[in-house]
Design a protein around this ligand. Sequence first.
Ligand code: 0L1
Ligand code: MG
Length: 258
Amino acid sequence: MTSPETFAALLDDAAVRRIALANALTDEDASLDAETAYEVQRLVVGKRVARGAHLVGAKLGLTSAAKQRQMQVSDPLYGRLTSDMVLDPSQPVDLDRFIHVRAEPEIGFVIGDVIAAPATIAGVLAATDSVFAAIELIDSRYDGFRFRLPDVIADNASSAGVLVGSVARRPSDVGDLRLLGVVVRRNGVVAGTAAGAAALGHPAQAVAWLVDRLASRGESLEPGSVVLSGGLTDALPLERGTVVSVEIEGLGTVEVRA
Ligand code: 0L1
Ligand code: MG
């Protein structure tokens, strides 16, 4: 079996050189399972931290029924967010940082208190300082975004960038997160619509899943962590000259310019 260290080095090299791997890790070694892939992910994130970034939180992926069906999985996955991924929405994004980046709308959380496992929607909401509109940039380190579940877990859930909207509100001031309308525009034209419930039925349920999953590995979310609760529509390729904006009811608009 190929070692987690070898796989982590391959993924990190692909990210640093912006050259996608032609083959998924599971093409090279079919015995790679989800648990080992999380160990690869830990090593990949550790390499970013060794280069000076620090952990700022986590993200959920594969939270929509459509994406789970497509990947033939029944669970989401998670990845880690690091400080070097946080981008300024007032500045154009430098596409040279990425391989084939895509943008997707998300509801973000800032966690205020430790959330005990097993977590509940009510427990997550009570421990949340604020929610905000976000754009996540995903960038697979695999050619053509072709991967199986362990591959994308190892690749830190395709994490690449985060743009945080300027409106931060307590969940109790926003209302039912499941019902928040979401409109995604590309160059001013509507390209996708959704509601908050697209993230695992309730964005706070996605956070609860993350808390429980981390707890099963002896980990937890630090107060102050930022959590992206999962893509609400299909991700849009972010090409030069493109502006993608995400408007979420009650949470304002955030945009990314390339
Ligand atoms: O954030 C996401 O939902 C992406 C998770 C990984 C799957 C993908 O890269 O599409
Ligand atoms: Mg996402």
